[in-house]
Design a protein around this ligand. Structure first.
Ligand code: PGA
Length: 257
């Protein structure tokens, strides 16, 4: 059965000192919690500069370390970029790909993301692949089509074996950092649709094993409604991942259902 995951996306927040404090606080809280780490996962995606030092202070049996982005080339003359190999070499084992902020502000396209996804998988990083529609698309009721094309043009180009190694994060862009969370019904509807697309492409068994996270203003106050839905397997958490108590509370809520 698919893994339930709470993943924190710190974005461009915290200097190293504050980042270490946050990571230690998260790790200390979770290290004494008794649960099956095969069933439930906790991930923190820190800025690149923090990956190595954070990796030294967390309980890596309980907290998985992730990057927030990765180069679309393997090595060479790409000033300012960070490769999959570099990310691996500092102890991270996951990477967020295609976050809407990367798509909107840094021009990431389905083509670049296809390359990134292949490279991440080649280097055995767990990709957390983000999809989701913007407000105008939702208002025009195009959200199903948008999500379908983001999946068709990137994820469904993968082989079945590779697809099984990906976590999907559905994040309606209008709900990210805005405080406007999707209702549980809205989120469940599109998660169920995404799972149905996977059924059509790869079959029921693989669809049942695919982890699909919700992201966008998810916090302890609204997580029960979301995480209790049958097709919402956890959350990709921005703002609330910057407070250790809230973040761990989200894991506790995830484990209730
Ligand atoms: P938010 O961010 O929880 O602050 O809305 C979520 C995300 O962008 O991954």
């Amino acid at each position: 059965m698919r893994k339930k995951i709470v993943a924190g996306n710190w974005k461009m927040n915290t200097d190293l000192e504050d980042g270490l404090k946050l990571a230690v606080a998260v790790s200390q809280k979770v290290t004494y919690m008794n649960y099956d780490t095969e069933k439930f996962g906790l991930i923190i995606a820190t800025p690149f500069t923090h990956l190595h030092p954070v990796g030294q202070v967390i309980d890596t049996d309980k907290v998985q370390l992730s990057a927030q982005n990765m180069a679309d080339n393997e090595s060479g003359a790409f000033t300012g970029e960070t490769s999959a190999e570099m990310i691996k070499s500092v102890g991270a084992t996951a990477v967020i790909l295609g976050h809407s902020e990367r798509r909107a502000y840094y021009g990431e396209t389905n083509e670049t993301l296809t390359k990134k996804l292949e490279i991440a998988l080649k280097h055995e990083l767990l990709p957390i692949f983000c999809i989701g529609e913007v407000l105008e698309e939702r208002e025009a009721e195009k959200h199903f089509d948008v999500v379908k094309s983001q999946i068709d043009e990137v994820l469904f180009k993968l082989s079945e074996e590779d697809f099984k190694k990906v976590v999907i994060a559905y994040e309606p862009v209008w709900a990210i950092g805005t405080g406007k969370v999707a209702t549980p019904v809205q989120a469940q509807e599109i998660h169920a649709y995404i799972r149905e697309l996977v059924v059509e492409k790869f079959g029921q068994e693989i669809a049942d094993d695919t982890t699909i996270l919700y992201g966008g203003s998810c916090k302890p106050a609204n997580a029960d409604g979301l995480f209790s839905q049958p097709d919402i397997d956890g959350g990709l958490i921005g703002g609330a991942s910057l407070k250790a108590d809230d973040f761990i509370e989200l894991l506790n809520i995830r484990m209730k259902y």
